[in-house]
Design a binder for this molecule. Structure first.
Ligand code: GLN
Length: 188
């Protein structure tokens, strides 16, 4: 198995460290030709969705990435990755990859709660630590979207077919279980 991690901006290295721990091979996707290396799954990391979105356009990678996801490659988006995958962003006119039937709110926790750490139930896994950094939450979900976790009454993890998203950063904790869950999605 080889997982491609989008490495244009943001916290991509931390995903690689977790995959290393789980003994799953991975490589960094930095340019269009890296998409052709036939990854078995993709990770879109946290960072700044506007910056990553702009780079995907500038590097002419947006359409190809979108096609791969629409053709069913398993993809895991964290935080900005979740925003990039959403079909609708409540407080932003931009749509980036627009593959997942969710409506999200960016920077949704205000100044005071801009960043926080908590522990909550994640469906199928149990209680896990969650790091939120200027995170979005999911305001509403379409028909086929399965809600996996909620914090403070807001949806913060969900799944739709091949797409898994979390508003928090599992890669910034020592807990490897969400990545393991994603790997299981690939091997299913
Ligand atoms: N606030 C960022 C955005 O809107 C997301 C933050 C993150 O990825 N930690 O893209």
């Amino acid at each position: 198995m080889n997982i491609g991690i989008l490495a244009l901006q943001g916290a991509f290295k931390e995903h690689k460290d977790i995959l290393d721990k789980l003994e799953a091979d991975s490589y960094e996707i930095r340019k269009k030709s890296d998409l052709k290396k036939r990854p078995d799954g993709l990770i879109i990391p946290g960072g700044e969705s506007t910056v990553i979105g702009k780079l995907l356009n500038d590097l002419d990678m947006m359409e190809e990435l979108k096609d791969m996801i629409e053709n069913g490659i398993p993809v895991f988006g964290t935080c900005a990755g979740l925003i990039l995958l959403a079909k609708k962003i409540e407080n932003d006119k931009r749509i980036h990859l627009g593959c997942m039937n969710i409506e999200v709110q960016r920077n949704a926790y205000g100044r005071q709660l801009g960043s926080f750490v908590t522990e909550e139930e994640f469906q199928g896994i149990g209680k896990i630590p969650m790091v939120f950094i200027r995170a979005p939450y999911i305001k509403s979900t379409g028909n086929n979207v399965k809600i996996l976790s909620e914090v403070k009454g807001k949806i913060i993890a969900a799944e739709e077919k091949n797409i898994l998203v979390t508003a928090f950063h599992p890669e910034l904790t020592k807990d490897t279980r969400v990545h393991k869950y994603f790997i299981e999605k690939i091997t299913e």
